[in-house]
Design a protein around this ligand. Structure first.
Ligand SMILES: NC(=O)c1ccc[n+]([C@@H]2O[C@H](COP(=O)([O-])OP(=O)(O)OC[C@H]3O[C@@H](n4cnc5c(N)ncnc54)[C@H](O)[C@@H]3O)[C@@H](O)[C@H]2O)c1
Length: 325
């Protein structure tokens, strides 16, 4: 397929682009480099530095794209609460402009990066796609809004759309030549890369927010998914996309890991002391978020293979040492 990958200079988009190219697809990356890195773009991809709001210049009817894989967006839930206008603009308004361009060019398929944040505080675990959607952050709300826009688009214009709702993405893609492609966010808000910054001596200590939650060790439990497993799901989603349908899949590995477990495995992997400080709970942090990905397993034939924290933190550490430290 001829594919436009938005956000292909970012973490998940750069990893997925590699797997798409490996599978024989033709990839054009469109990214404004607001949080991404030019050098992260897959070398065999065509690169266009542009905003998704201007995607119409690339997505012309003559260009003949078969699908858009839409990763571009702003991702920090905390920031979305202090700058909601920024998140509505990037994640909804500009994404709607992209959708206009997709329609005008007659692109038949879209795969979209949605998020577990659309569910908010779950009433039942594991979280299925049927769970109540009540986002507790503006970030989650903007993602849910674009999901709903995709649903309307499939009904009205027979678009084939798939939303993939990622839980906590971690790890790095290790290429056959040993090079690693991984996560660099600034500021970093994700627990594993922050733990690695502490291990590398770039931060003094790892703060864990709350140790009095109703979980086995009192710290919050999250579902982590290896970025390589996640990227593979996008290839399956492209094949499963069906005109007139909006298919939605949760992607997690179904096993929760506590914050303390993350700290412990990061210690084992890096050999660093990794001092931990228990800080007060943060507002709106649910005790446990664990996905049911049964639908993705049943319908896409997707199975996560790199399931352990050692896999994820080990690969993330390989990337960190080669690119960041
Ligand atoms: N990282 C996670 O754990 C996680 C979890 C759930 C969902 N997601 C979703 O996955 C997607 C990718 O996340 P990531 O971790 O790779 O983030 P990232 O910040 O590494 O990548 C996002 C990319 O999009 C680009 N971008 C942002 N706004 C743009 C715009 N208006 N026009 C063009 N390019 C733009 C950035 O330059 C960057 O390269 C996001 O949509 C995010 O909401 C991520």
């Amino acid at each position: 397929m001829k594919l436009l990958v938005t956000g292909g200079a970012g973490y998940i988009g750069s990893v997925t682009s590699r797997l798409l190219l490996d599978a024989g697809h033709e990839v054009t990356v469109l990214d404004n480099l607001s949080t991404g890195f030019r050098e992260a773009v897959a070398p065999d991809a065509t690169f266009v530095q542009a905003d998704i709001a201007d995607a119409g210049s690339v997505l012309t009817p003559q260009a003949g794209f078969d699908a858009v894989v839409h990763f571009a967006g702003l991702i920090a839930a905390g920031e979305s609460m202090s700058k909601p206008e920024l998140y509505w603009d990037h994640n909804l308004v500009r994404s709607l402009a992209l959708l206009d361009a997709i329609r005008a060019a007659g692109v038949p398929r879209v795969v979209f990066s949605s998020t577990a944040a659309v569910y908010g505080n779950p009433t039942e675990l594991p979280i299925t796609e049927a769970a109540v959607k009540a986002p507790t952050s503006t970030y989650g709300a903007t993602k849910l809004a674009f999901d709903l826009a995709l649903t309307s688009e499939t009904f009205a214009h027979r678009l084939a759309a798939v939303s993939l709702r990622y839980f906590n993405v971690a790890g790095a893609l290790i290429r056959p030549d040993g090079t690693a492609i991984g996560e660099r966010h600034d500021p970093e808000t994700h627990l594993i890369p922050i733990a690695l910054q502490v291990a590398a001596g770039k931060r003094e200590k790892l703060q864990l927010f709350g140790d009095d939650y109703p979980t086995d060790d009192g710290t919050c439990v999250r579902d982590y998914i290896h970025v390589e497993d996640l990227a593979r799901a996008h290839l399956l989603a492209l094949d499963a996309a069906t005109p007139g349908e909006h298919k939605i899949y949760n992607l997690g590995n179904g096993n929760g890991f506590s914050n303390r477990q993350v700290a412990e495995v990061a210690r084992e992997v890096t050999g660093a002391e990794l001092p931990v400080e228990i800080a007060p709970r943060r507002d709106g942090d649910p005790a446990s978020l664990v996905a049911s990905s049964q639908r993705a397993r049943d319908e896409l034939g997707w199975t996560p293979e790199k399931n352990t924290l050692t896999d994820m933190i080990g690969d993330a550490w390989a990337f960190y040492r080669s690119h960041v430290a």
